[in-house]
Design a protein around this ligand. Structure first.
Ligand code: PHE
Ligand code: FE
Length: 289
């Protein structure tokens, strides 16, 4: 989930220079496949009517309902046919430049392990359920697929600026925790939400969080939390709009401007925001935030 932190600068032993490793699908145990099935059943049962149409289409096109942790040989044949993307296995979080380079080349790095039963609802490092169930369905959508490529290229370009934190916020509030306004109502598309039972309900239905119309500069100024449900969700009006505004905007002047603008505290609402829900922040208050 937090794809912007890593511990080592060189790939661990046995990994390739780009940090990929063989998925070695055969090494997953029956218990590990059962863990996937359990998580899959829970999420796929509650997501119709909550997840974006693009996400639900992706689940279908990729045949992710097949039992067990997906074998990438099979999954990639379908994903590649849809959008030219593929999933590659990595041992865990990878350095930013490596991550951006994979995205720019239509490769999505996925953690090659699955959580254990004590971590059903929360884990710090993204596992194969978060990475594949959460992220890959959206990559079967042609518009979102292009957004992720553009993001990777933008990330590589940003390395020449002092911009990583700002760019990471865009990822956080779209790819991980994004909401979308469909003609039939608000839906979730962020991988951090769709892979979490409790946050899928919270993000859409709870009166606590703010729900604010997406604004590129505003989002890049907004702090976020990694230890609990979000206090803000940003709502895009469509995947095309997200792709268009990010591709057509030259970020270089934005990065410069951002250096002079103060960050926006997590739950603050600005006069210029188009607010869909002014949250009560009850959840955060109860958690003592
Ligand atoms: N247009 C951005 C730039 O000029 C690149 C980008 C595209 C960043 C899409 C994020 C998402 O750097
Ligand atoms: Fe993630």
């Amino acid at each position: 989930m937090a794809d912007f932190q890593h511990v080592y600068d060189t790939p661990p032993e046995g990994a390739n220079a780009d940090w990929t490793i063989p998925q070695n699908w055969e090494h997953f145990s029956a218990d590990e496949h059962r863990m996937w099935d359990r998580l899959f059943a829970r999420q796929s049962g509650m997501l119709p009517g909550r997840a974006a149409d693009a996400f639900l289409r992706g689940l279908d096109v990729l045949k992710l309902s097949k039992p067990g942790i997906p074998d990438y040989r099979e999954l990639n044949a379908r994903l590649n046919a849809a959008t030219g993307w593929e999933v590659v296995a990595v041992p865990g979080l990878v350095p930013d430049d490596v991550f951006f380079d994979h995205l720019a080349n239509r490769r999505f790095p996925a953690g090659n392990f699955i959580r254990n039963p004590e971590q059903l609802d929360y884990l710090q490092e993204p596992d194969v359920f978060h990475d594949v169930f959460g992220h890959v369905p959206m990559l079967a959508d042609p518009v979102f697929a292009d957004y992720m490529v553009a993001y990777g290229k933008g990330g590589l370009r940003s390395l020449g600026f002092n911009a990583l934190d700002h760019l990471a916020r865009l990822y956080w509030y779209t790819v991980e925790f994004g909401l979308i306004e469909q003609s039939d109502g608000l839906r979730i598309y962020g991988a951090g939400i769709v892979s979490s039972y409790a946050e899928s309900i919270f993000a859409l239905e709870d009166p606590s969080p703010n729900r604010i119309a997406f604004d590129l500069l505003r989002v890049m100024r907004t702090e976020y939390r990694i230890d609990d449900f979000q206090q803000n969700y940003f709502v895009i009006s469509g995947l095309n709009d997200l792709l268009q505004v990010t591709v057509e905007t030259d970020f270089a002047p934005l990065y410069e401007k951002l250096e002079t603008l103060p960050d926006i505290a997590i739950a603050d609402i600005l006069q210029t925001d188009r607010v869909l829900t002014h949250g009560t922040q009850k959840h955060a208050q109860e958690a003592g935030r």
